[in-house]
Design a protein around this ligand. Sequence first.
Ligand SMILES: *[C@@H]1O[C@H](CO)[C@@H](O)[C@H](O)[C@H]1NC(C)=O
Length: 167
Amino acid sequence: MHQFLILSFLLFGTSLASPLSGNDNEELKQLKEEMNEIKKQVDYVTHAFLTVHRARSFSTGSERLYTTNKQEGNFEKVSATCIQAGGHIPSPKKEGENKALGEVVKRHNKPAFIAKHLAEGYTNWAAGEPNNTDGTKDCAEIDNEGKWHAASCGQDHLVVCEFSFIP
Ligand SMILES: *[C@@H]1O[C@H](CO)[C@@H](O)[C@H](O)[C@H]1NC(C)=O
């Protein structure tokens, strides 16, 4: 019994003293090398992505991308189309973003929906807007000049979606 205890203690002690066999050490080394390689590639892709993003933002003055599939639809359809594409209904939060969105609208000469419940902060309502005195204009649209108006949700508008690459 005594001998058995001593033997198991020795064995246990040995496994503690050298938790990794030569093979394990080799695997760990390989894993580290692979991790370093992956890290390098992630850094490279991140850098490439950010460069394209900065160049695009530089030319449009907007961090967010506004783009159309040239189709038209009511608010519900535009919203569903944008979400399916991985974007959402435009919700410009700065002048630069509003301008970028306005340019898409101007280019196609058709108004586009903007988010209904815009957060406090940046707004660009036309004079007298939002005007929903007749109760039929629960949505909002942006015109060729980048001005916002109350709009009927059932009316067809240009499908323009907002894509944010960086939260
Ligand atoms: C608001 O819209 C109604 C028509 O829906 C119009 O008669 C009225 O003049 C508008 N008010 C303003 C302040 O533009």
